[in-house]
Write a protein that binds this ligand. Structure first.
Ligand code: 9MR
Length: 452
């Protein structure tokens, strides 16, 4: 079973690579501005990664994928690896959605964090109905099957998630695992995980543990005990979901440091900070600086690419707004990482744009494509984007845009025409083109949109 599952993952990976190669070619053509600058590359220059939680069902959205691919070098599947997604029926495993994310990420050289193996939430009801003996074997089998499927593909696993209670008790949270197997379930999960994939880092992940408090003290005591007794644990994830009721703690860095001093890596795993403007930007900058100040803080993951799809969208907690325009929080995070503070090393005007594609008409051997260009949250005066049509298709004409070509006629960079470069914030224009299919009906791939 493990072997056939793995080969399915590889197929997904290869498929991902083909489409990604096309996108990379276009991005290289369209981003003629300064040296590439992104959260991922700036973090890499500091020996760290900068990632995002990703949902498989958004990967087909051009602006989502191009923002992800341009900015991030690590992904965490937001829901696709959870127990209810991978083993909703006992013994029957489903990996297709998670495979899509893993294939996309590995094809772009991004790291993947596995999230999560043992958690009280998003747990199918069959699990809570089991006897202790049966639950133990179901837990170990779940860890084994999921980790086997992704063996070699995952840099770190959230082996156990959110096992401690909120508040001042420092107690374990009630869950089928805790209630039936007792405190030892966490240790058992980590030991099983190590035996399945000795190369993967094994992490404990939780929220409201970001500062020094009763809950983080309890996690700290557990990690200290694990290290003392040789229970395999490599890292601790600090989710870092912040808002006005749960602000960035003043002892955030000190708390990360005390865990690191136990001999584990620490990571910021689900960062989002509700708010807007300068206040939000300052918080993001401070979180990034705290991680950089702790040598064992090896990476930061924000919990989503765009506010549009955030689990708490109304709090606009992420780095890109609903139009994929970089927010002040983005600039603050990038600047704190030592980057330029503007997406793609842009011109500093804050001008951004996004693109989306539709086929407006199609016939036997041809189609008309339409690309809508939308300005981000600042006004723009010029835009440019890439379009790659899959060979042997050929673009025969374009309108409402000014194209330049590669020698094969399959990759073009389209800049605005004289009359449609200026767009108010959030406003859109479009350009079109006619393509000869030459036997290939596949849709074109858009590159990133750049604006000034
Ligand atoms: O972002 C996830 C959201 O789409 C799900 O509906 C939710 C269900 O529990 O889980 C969210 O992700 C959670 C993560 O897996 C663990 N830490 C808290 C995250 C936000 O709720």
């Amino acid at each position: 079973m493990a072997t056939s599952n793995r080969s399915r993952a590889r197929v997904a990976l290869r498929t991902g690579v083909a489409s990604i190669l096309a996108a990379v070619t276009v991005a290289a053509l369209s981003q003629t501005a300064a040296a590439a600058d992104s959260l991922g590359s700036a973090a890499a220059a500091k020996g760290r990664y900068f990632g995002a939680a990703v949902a498989a069902n958004h990967l087909g959205e051009t602006a989502y994928a191009s923002t992800l691919d341009r900015e991030f070098n690590q992904v965490t599947p937001e829901n696709e690896m959870k127990w209810d997604a991978t083993e909703s029926t006992r013994g029957s495993f489903t990996f297709s959605n998670a495979d899509q994310i893993v294939g996309h990420a590995l094809g772009k050289g991004m790291k993947v964090r596995g999230h999560t193996l043992v958690w009280h939430s998003q747990l199918p009801s069959w699990v809570s109905g089991l006897s202790a003996t049966d639950l133990r074997s179901a837990m170990n089998n779940h860890i084994t099957q999921v980790m086997e499927h992704y063996k070699g593909d995952i840099y770190a696993w959230d082996v156990v998630n959110e096992a401690f209670q909120d508040g001042g008790s420092g107690a374990r949270r009630s869950s089928p695992f805790q209630d039936k197997l007792g405190n030892g379930f966490i240790e058992e999960a980590f030991r099983t995980a190590r035996s399945v994939d000795p190369a993967a880092k094994l992490c404990y992940n939780d929220y409201n543990t970001d500062g020094v408090n009763a809950k983080s003290n309890a996690v700290y005591a557990m990690v200290k005990d694990f290290k003392a007794r040789g229970v395999p644990i490599d890292c601790v994830g600090f989710q870092s979901h912040f808002n006005s009721a749960s602000p960035v703690p003043s002892d955030y860095q000190a708390n990360l440091q005390r865990f690191a001093d136990l001999g584990v890596d620490v990571q910021i795993t689900e960062l989002d900070i509700e708010g807007s403007g300068t206040a939000q930007a300052t918080n993001y900058g401070n979180v990034v600086k705290a991680c950089l100040a702790v040598s064992r803080c090896t990476g930061i993951t924000v919990w989503g690419v765009t506010d549009k799809y955030s689990w708490r969208s109304s709090g606009t907690p992420l780095l890109f707004d609903s139009n994929y325009a970089a927010k002040p929080a983005y600039s603050a995070a990038l600047t704190a990482l030592g980057g330029s503070g503007t997406p793609g090393g842009g011109d500093g005007s804050g001008a951004t744009c996004s693109v989306s594609y539709t086929t407006s008409e199609a016939w036997n051997d041809g189609y008309n494509g339409k690309v809508t260009v939308t300005a981000g949250s600042s006004p723009i005066t010029a835009w440019s984007t890439g379009v790659t049509v899959p060979a042997p298709q050929k673009v025969v004409t374009t309108w409402n845009g000014s194209p330049s070509w590669d020698s094969g006629g399959t990759v073009m960079t389209v800049k605005n025409a004289a009359y449609n470069g200026s767009l108010a914030p959030g406003a859109s224009t479009s350009f079109g083109f006619t393509v000869q299919k030459n036997g290939n009906g596949a849709a074109p791939v858009l590159g990133a949109c750049t604006a000034s």
